[in-house]
Design a protein around this ligand. Structure first.
Ligand SMILES: [Fe+2]
Length: 360
């Protein structure tokens, strides 16, 4: 199939807005190659990112059984004895198990919040011990820290199957992102040929709704390009709409919740929103989440895309390497990363960022 060329697509609201606000975008036609479906989905995507920063993704083709498996594995991992989880404790590559923090990281402290009440386990792209990046101890490119197979049989294979399916979907979706920005359809293909991926597996205990200083996950924007949250039976995600209201994101069967992050925001000269969100688990039961973060590879230079700048609207940010940005972000966000050598704020020039609304 010949790649489509860029063509101006209007920003069009899809027929369904979940909660009256969040677009539901069905990509089944695009994935099937139906004529006109890509352009229609791209126009809806543009509407979603220019107005909300979140959308629900339907028609994605990921089997529900695989999604159920990922949730089951999150529950199985977190049910392990603490010593087994601490045996794969998170490291300087942000790979492994992260207990609930003892003191709030900077972004929580800035909001007067206690540490986020969730424990998490992080995986990245699977690598062999002789991979050049592993040998070189390249930041964020180390081997995954899997628990012993005997401790949790099948866990590794199941999670790699899930991650592979979601990554494959993301690599197709980036073509819609390119079209939505009036760029050639293949614009993002090279930097997502082997994307930088992070699979997070979180367990949220129920929290007391009366204590406003405690969130399950404090308000934040995501750092990267694309976050996919599979449909969750236990609600708790809340989205800070551009007009300032907090909206509980309803669960929609079979639809992923997808949002953009700060790199997408920066790459598009702030045209596409990186919208703050938080989690509060008031359900009275444990809540699990298995978000998948898909970023361009860390060698990618993030420089304002051609269609988002002009003589009247020049680029607001200097070019930056994706890996440098990721390191700066992680050093701020995570207690265990606070002491690593990271680029300075001046080097990163993060700008006002979407978070300025709730940091002030
Ligand atoms: Fe997030």
């Amino acid at each position: 199939m010949q790649p489509r060329t860029s063509e101006a697509t209007a920003s069009v609201a899809p027929p369904t807005l979940i909660g009256g606000e969040i677009p539901l975008i069905d990509v089944s036609g695009f994935l099937a190659g139906t004529p006109g479906a890509a352009e229609r989905a791209a126009a809806e995507l543009r509407f979603a990112f220019e107005n909300v920063g979140f959308y629900y993704l339907a028609g994605h083709g990921v089997p529900q059984a695989l999604i159920d498996l990922a949730y089951a594995e999150a529950a199985r991992f977190h049910a392990l004895p603490l010593d087994k989880k601490l045996a794969v404790k998170v490291d300087e590559h942000n790979i492994g198990y992260m207990p609930i923090a003892q003191k709030p990281p900077p972004n929580a402290a800035a909001q007067g919040k206690k540490p986020s009440q969730n424990e998490a386990y992080f995986l990245r792209r699977e690598k062999a011990p002789d991979h050049p990046d592993v040998v070189a101890n390249r930041r964020f490119h180390a081997m995954n820290k899997w628990p012993d197979e005997a401790t949790i049989p099948g866990f590794r294979a199941n999670m790699l199957a899930y991650m592979g399916a979601i990554e494959g979907l993301c690599r197709k979706l980036v073509r819609l992102y390119a079209l939505s920005l009036d760029l050639p359809e293949t614009f993002f293909d090279a930097c997502f040929a082997e994307p930088h991926v992070i699979q997070r597996m979180s367990r949220y205990p129920a929290i007391d709704g009366a204590d406003d200083t405690v969130n399950s996950l404090v308000a934040h924007t995501d750092s990267g390009f694309m976050t996919l949250l599979p449909p969750n039976k236990v609600q708790g995600l809340e989205i800070n709409l551009p007009d300032g209201r907090w909206l509980e994101a309803p669960g929609v069967p079979d639809a992923f919740v997808v949002n953009g992050g700060d790199i997408l925001h920066r790459w598009t000269n702030e045209r596409f929103l990186s919208t703050p969100h938080r989690v509060r688990n008031f359900s009275g039961q444990l809540r699990y989440a298995v978000p998948f973060f898909c970023d361009p590879n860390h060698d990618t230079i993030i420089e304002c895309v051609p269609s988002c700048q002009s003589a009247d609207a020049p680029a607001k940010y200097p070019p930056i390497k994706m890996g440098d940005y990721a390191l700066w972000f992680a050093a701020q966000r995570y207690e265990h990363m606070a002491k690593v050598q990271a680029p300075s704020e001046a080097e990163i020039a993060p700008g006002a960022r979407a978070t300025s609304r709730w940091q002030s």
